[in-house]
Design a binder for this molecule. Structure first.
Ligand SMILES: C[S@@+](CC[C@H](N)C(=O)[O-])C[C@H]1O[C@@H](n2cnc3c(N)ncnc32)[C@H](O)[C@@H]1O
Length: 204
């Protein structure tokens, strides 16, 4: 996966994303946002906001920043942000343009297995999260005990062609992140290949 290739792929996805993706992930998305337990006045960052499918489910008193690399996906998000405290930014989430401790919460839905370097994207989010803040991840990962077989590699090549890598291990993405507690880790789809996790950053 690289940014240039993702730009091409998500230009195409933007045309059909809102028609098909809600059918697959509606329940998981609801659970991810419920776990964040957002409160009025909080600041939420959504790295890789895409077409903004999360936005209608975020409480209106929450201030949201959605960052994405694809202008075509962001264009689809814009109507969902209208009249709300939502800023949509063209930005590579592997190198965020925010100061540390800028946000109360992070929502990583279907992004850590899309960006070229999922670990870098997570570390950047963690950097800009306030002490005591929380992050939710909803995504599919290679189960920790599972071998990367020839079949899985072939599936990986296929899915990378449509913009996502099913063969990343969450443990490798989170490796070395300091001050993190996993408060929830729930299987949500496809016999636990898709998970929803709630992570908390240690208070200052
Ligand atoms: C599978 S979509 C997920 C969108 C949204 N989070 C959702 O749950 O529907 C992945 C998104 O990541 C974006 N993306 C890919 N690489 C990126 C990068 N380096 N920085 C920011 N966004 C990126 C794509 O443009 C796309 O909108």
């Amino acid at each position: 996966m690289d940014n240039r290739r993702n730009l091409q792929i998500y230009r195409w996805w933007a045309l059909i994303y809102d028609r098909w993706v809600p059918l697959l992930y509606g329940r998981a998305r609801r659970r991810a946002i419920a776990l964040l337990d957002l409160r009025p006045g909080e600041r939420l960052l959504i790295p890789g906001v895409g077409t903004g499918l999360d936005l209608p489910r975020i409480p209106p008193q929450v201030s949201v920043v959605g960052a994405d690399l694809s202008p075509h996906m962001l264009a689809r998000a814009a109507p969902k942000a209208a009249g709300r405290d939502v800023r949509l930014l063209f930005m590579d989430v592997q190198a965020l343009g925010f100061r540390q401790a800028s946000f109360d919460a992070l929502l990583f839905n279907l992004i850590l297995t899309v960006v070229p370097d999922g670990a870098a994207a997570f570390r950047e989010g963690w950097r800009v999260l306030k002490p005591g803040g929380r992050a939710v991840i909803f995504d599919k990962f290679l189960p920790e005990g599972a071998a990367l077989t020839a079949r899985r590699r072939a599936l990986g090549r296929l899915l990378m062609g449509v913009g996502t890598d099913p063969n990343r291990r969450l443990s490798e993405i989170l490796d070395g992140v300091a001050g993190m507690t996993v408060e929830r880790d729930e299987p949500i789809l496809l016999r636990g290949h898709f998970r929803v996790l709630l992570l908390r950053k240690a208070p200052a």
